[in-house]
Design a protein around this ligand. Structure first.
Ligand code: PEP
Length: 252
């Protein structure tokens, strides 16, 4: 199995001042774990403070979003180059909250993913069904469509730098997690979708699960064949709880 990737999505939480105390605590808590890639996506305003607080640790930084445009008259947007300059290696694209509140479409998700890849960064592309989709038995259809649309134009070569996060919307921030078996069922379908798109390269794309991952459910999720990591919201806001999720993904 590829190296698991556990990413924290702070959403609109953790000010720069708060980051100054969070970062060294997390760095110390995961310092002995080297078989898991740890990524933190703070709000844009806290990224610089995070970079300084993580110091020489192996923790990677991510943007929570990015513009598909390189520069110019796009008020409120942040470019790939701006994130890179702050030391970000990853950016989340297509999070369900952006799809819902900002009308982000699969076409924009793909444009953002392509901009990141062209700029030497790695996209974490989020897909996931709503409760209504699931109740209508449309989960795999919806997730596959998001996958094909959000990854349109990405080549098999570029797929090596890709991460996909499967996040059932009904499990995000609700305390309601998909069972490991149910998550694996969709992850297996995502794996097949990636192989159909990218051939062998699709086998190596890491697929994270997201949706109320907590210290007490992380190990069972990580034990599933096609679950290669987690995207963690609420439980990442406390460094000790995020570190125990990282530990659950470690083979130590
Ligand atoms: C998320 O925002 O991507 C997420 C999975 O949040 P939570 O862990 O709080 O459900």
């Amino acid at each position: 199995m590829s190296r698991p990737i556990i990413a924290a999505n702070f959403k609109m939480n953790v000010t720069a001042g708060e980051m100054a105390s969070y970062a060294p605590r997390l760095a110390a808590a995961v310092a002995d774990i080297d078989d898991v890639e740890v990524v933190v996506a703070p709000p844009f305003t806290s990224i610089d403070r995070a970079a300084r607080g993580f110091g020489n640790s192996a923790i990677r930084l991510a943007g929570q979003d990015v513009s598909e445009q390189p520069h110019g008259a796009f008020t409120g947007e942040v470019s790939v180059a701006m994130l890179r300059e702050l030391g970000c290696r990853y950016a989340i694209v297509g999070h369900s909250e952006r799809r819902l509140h900002e009308g982000e479409t699969d076409a924009r998700v793909s444009a953002k993913a392509l901009a990141l890849l062209a700029g030497g960064m790695r996209p974490i592309v989020c897909v996931g069904e709503s409760l209504a989709d699931r109740e209508q038995d449309r989960t795999l259809e919806v997730v596959n469509a998001q996958l094909r649309g959000g990854l349109a134009g990405v080549s098999a070569d570029q797929a090596r730098d890709l991460v996909v996060a499967y996040e059932p919307i009904w499990a995000i921030g609700t305390g309601r997690t998909a069972t490991p078996e149910l998550a694996q069922e969709v992850h297996g379908a995502v794996r097949e979708g990636l192989q159909a798109l990218f051939g062998d390269a699709g086998t190596d794309v890491r697929i994270q699960y997201g949706g109320s991952v907590k210290p007490d459910n992380a190990a069972a999720l990580m034990a599933q064949r096609d679950i290669d990591g987690a995207l963690v919201g609420g439980a990442s806001l406390d460094p000790a709880s995020f570190a125990s999720i990282v530990r659950a993904a470690s083979s130590r």
